[in-house]
Ligand binder design. Sequence first.
Ligand SMILES: *Cc1c(COP(=O)(O)O)cnc(C)c1O
Length: 390
Amino acid sequence: MNNDMIIRRNFLPFSIPSIGDEEIAEVIDTLKSGWITTGQKTKNFEELFKRYVGCNHAIAVSSCTAALHLALVAAGIGVGDEVITTPFTFAATGEVIIYMGAKPVFVDIKNDTYNIDPDKIEAAITSKTKAIIPVHYAGQPCDMDKILKIAHKYNLIVIEDAAHAIGAKYKEKTIGTIGDITAFSFYATKNLTTAEGGMVTTSKQEYADKIRILSLHGLSKDAWKRYGAEGSWYYEIMDAGYKYNMTDIQASIGIHQLAKFEQMQEIRQKHVNRYTDELKDIIGITTPFVLSDVQHAWHLYTILINSDILGLNRAQFIEAMTHENIGTSVHFIPLHLHPYYQKVYGYKRGDFPITEYIYDRIISLPLYTSMTENDVSDVINAIKKIINEK
Ligand SMILES: *Cc1c(COP(=O)(O)O)cnc(C)c1O
C-alpha cells in the first residue's frame, strides 16, 4: 500500500486523558501543602461527587475494583455464595466475586445494549445466589427496573458496576442512586480520571459506615485526622479492613475533572453524534443502539463489523485501522473465554452465544475530550476508505 495515501501521518491513540492546567496546579498545591494522602481534598471531592450524583453517601477509594470489593464485603458475600453478573465485562467485575470465595455466575447479554439480559437472570438464580452486579456497558444503563424487581423477589443485593457510567441516567434517575451500592472508576481511560481511583455511592448509612471503615484498615477514625490539629493518637481496629483509601493527590485531579465534567460530556456527545451520522448507513457496520429512556455516558463508542458483507473480519479491520494510524480497542474479551474461568469454573465457548457473537464483531473507536473534529473525521474517513478498498 502507498503510504502517501494513508489517512493520518501521526498515530491517533485510542485514549488520552484530558488533564488541564487546573488539575496540574491543584496537584502542585497538594504536593507543597505538607499533606499528600487522604485528607481535606479527598473529603471535598467526595462532597462534590455526592452533590453531582445526588446520592446520600460517597466514599472515595483507590479504584473501582476496590469499590466493588468493599461493596461485596459490606453486602456480606461469603464462601460458597453465588453472584450473578455479565461475562461481557472487564477482569475486575469477576475477580472481586472470587476474592470473597464466591462463584461468578454469568448471564448472557442483550444483543442491542450488550447489557445483562434481565429475562435470563431468574434461570441462573439458585439457593446460593446473594447478589447481582449489573455492568452499565459503555455507559448505557442496564434495565434496572427489571433487575430490581428480580432482586426484590429473591432478596438479592444489587451492586452496580458503573465504571463506564458516571453521569448516566436511567429514567431520570442518576446512576449511583438506584441499586444498593454503586462503584465508579476514575482510571486513566475513564470519562473522569484521577489516574487511578474510584468511588462508592449508597443510600444506606449502614453500608456507607462499613465501607468507610473497611477502606482504611478497619480503623475507627479517619486516619488523616490523627495527624491534624484536631487529631488524636488513639484509634480502634473495628474490622479486618483494607488499604483502599484515595489520596489528596488523586482528589486534586478529580475535583477539577468534576468541575468540567458536563462540558467534557458534551464534547463526547458531539463526537458520538458525528460517528453515528456518518457510519449508520454503511452496510456491514452496526452503530450503537441507544434506549429512549436513558442518558448514555458514552465511555465507549463501539461498532459491529459484519465480515460477510465487508469481506474482512474484525482482526483484519483493526489491522487496517492501525495501518491508517488510528488506534482502536476491543471491549471486552468475555470473561468465560479466558483460561482461568475455563479451568476453574468449566466455562467454555458456546455458553453465552450472544456475548460471543458481539465479541467476535465488536471494535471500540477512539472517543475522548481532547479529540478534535479533524481527529473524528480521520477515524470516519479511515473506516470508509478501508471498506471501499475491499
Ligand atoms: C475499568 C473497569 C473496572 C475497573 O476500574 P478500576 O478503577 O481500574 O479498578 C471495572 N469494571 C469495568 C466494567 C471497567 O471497565
